[in-house]
Design a protein around this ligand. Structure first.
Ligand code: NDP
Length: 332
């Protein structure tokens, strides 16, 4: 069945509120789940709702947290999310961040003690749509083995980038540092689908195509081997060492039943390109995009999502009968 985006948003908000989130914060977190379903990013859509709900119910994440925001330097905001969701911290810091980039030409946001359980592109797209270059990264619990190591230390650590286009939605890419996101491994496990070789290892460090072996004590591999490992390392430095968040391997959730989100950090960098290239920046972006398209590139990152979004806005979002009836009861 299909339901309207607004109905899905309302149902998810109610489920979050029913599990301890304050009404002021619920729309912010619900919006990232809805955006993922709407745009076809299924690994971070409704599939993640049980994780949000159980993490809230367990007390592992605080749905009532009010972030504390400080100006650490003229173009650097420091945020303590107080064990709440990262989307709330970003929303509360957003006005000051925008004022900062307008004033200084660049602004950074360093957030700690936050939980990010979603795709990253919803965080960056609004800034890129407003004309800024934006780079954002977060770390997660230890989930990958790198550089020949045998134990998980770094997270699947995603990074997203956005830049404006002239008269078109921005180019936005968003990718994990692992060959596959944990969310996609969970989808493969539910569908009883084997993984491609080269994605993960089992608890003994042996290559495996079994998603359950990866999830139960195994690990994911970084994309492009050592190079993906280096990106994951950089993200852990900027999102954790810099912000003051716990590293993924310092996770303390083991004794808390239902604690599925990662208590971690987030780093975001904004640049106002008009400060260097004036209005010519978007023309330069367009020249590059047009050369890529002329060279056979089928689409720019983000275009698939925009196309799916247009369909969902017209026809509604596909949802299973089971998910719909669970949502109606405030669950999933
Ligand atoms: P994907 O491999 O699905 O996609 C990576 C990027 O490549 C996307 O921007 C995608 O654009 C683009 N892309 C893919 N194919 C093409 C193509 N043929 N042409 C042009 N662009 C293309 O992402 P991942 O599996 O690595 O990550 C999935 C999600 O998981 C991300 O949203 C990430 O933020 C999230 N994640 C969240 C974590 C958390 O702790 N919160 C941890 C790790 C990951 P498009 O969208 O248009 O297809």
């Amino acid at each position: 069945m299909k339901i309207a985006i607004t109905e899905l948003q309302g149902l998810i908000e109610q489920a979050l509120i029913g599990h301890g989130m304050v009404p002021a914060n619920a729309p912010l977190v619900a919006a990232t789940i809805v955006a993922a379903e709407r745009d076809g990013s299924r690994s971070h859509g409704l599939q993640r709702l049980p994780g949000y709900l159980s993490s809230l119910k367990s007390g592992w994440v605080d749905g009532k947290a009010e972030p504390v925001i400080e100006e650490a330097a003229p173009s650097l905001l420091k945020v303590d999310a107080r064990n709440g969701f990262a989307q709330v911290a970003l929303a509360r810091a957003s006005l000051r961040l925008r004022a900062m980039v307008e004033r200084q030409g660049t602004a950074s946001l360093a957030t700690r003690d936050s939980h990010h359980f979603a795709a990253l592109w919803p965080d960056v797209e609004p800034f890129a749509a407003d004309g800024y270059i934006v780079l954002s990264m977060i770390h997660s619990r230890a989930r990958i083995v790198t550089w020949g190591g045998t134990k998980r230390v770094l997270g699947t650590n995603p990074m997203a980038f956005g830049c404006p286009r002239k008269g078109k939605p921005p180019v936005v890419w968003d990718q994990a540092s692992s060959t596959m996101s944990q969310g996609d491994v969970l989808l493969a496990s539910s569908a009883k689908r084997q993984l491609l070789p080269g994605i993960g290892v089992d608890a003994e460090g042996r290559a495996t195509t079994d998603p359950d072996a990866v999830l139960q004590g195994g690990a994911l591999l970084p994309f492009a081997n050592a190079k993906g490992g280096s990106i994951a390392f950089m993200i852990e430095i900027l999102s954790a060492a810099l912000t003051g968040a716990r590293f993924g391997f310092e996770d303390t959730s083991a004794g808390i039943k239902g604690a599925l989100t990662s208590n971690a950090g987030q780093f975001m960098l904004l640049i106002d390109p008009k400060r260097i290239g004036g209005d010519g920046f978007v023309d330069r972006v367009e020249l590059l995009v047009q050369h890529l398209l002329a060279a056979g590139t089928e689409r720019m990152p983000g275009d698939h999502r925009y196309a799916r979004r247009a369909l969902a806005e017209r026809d509604g979002v596909e949802i299973s009968d089971g998910d719909y009836s669970s949502l109606k009861q405030g669950q999933r």
